[in-house]
Design a protein. Sequence first.
Lengths: 112, 112
Amino acid sequence: QVQLQQSGAELAKPGTSVKLSCKASGYTFTSYYIYWVKQRPGQGLEWIGYIYPGNGGTYYSEKFKGKATFTADTSSSTAYMLLGSLTPEDSAYYFCARLGYWGQGVMVTVSS
Amino acid sequence: DVVLTQTPVSLLISLGGQASISCRSSQSLVHSNGNTYLHWYLQKPGQSPQLLIYQVSNRFSGIPDRFSGSGSGTDFTLKISRVEPEDLGVYYCLQRTHNPWTFGGGTKLELK
């Protein structure tokens, strides 16, 4: 069955970076977009962008250009999102997803 | 960017009743290939969103026929008949016809 397994919670200091992982299984990794979504506690869903592992193509929402960087390792069927120059406003749950399936989400907390 | 406006923001429904949620787009969601990429998700408390309906009216695997989607162009509706306790949560529409993809603001379904 299709599964997206995300890495564990992160606690980071302002100005640093975190790299979130999303390991896919149960389908052909290179055939589906992986997209990333941000959700602050008690708030709605915010689309960050996507990567197409088949060719490495990416698209970022304007708001997240320079903040998020997507990569994919086809040998391990794992997608990554690097979040840089962290501020407290980056504290949120981050989900990876493909059509029909979502990871469990990971909480990123930015605090000094 | 495409703006998706969901109404109502919250909905109080009795068990066994019917709910209707509207998602209105700021521009047509018909893709140049003729498809309309408007999807509906439910996020239950403490969980990742789950796909209910894809491309306007197609129920995802395992979704009961109490859920139905309709609409075209810029106006879309999700109907939930015979509401059950497991249907409670926040419903979101998502468009992926245009980049960047965008979510509606969400509709919270609660029991009366």
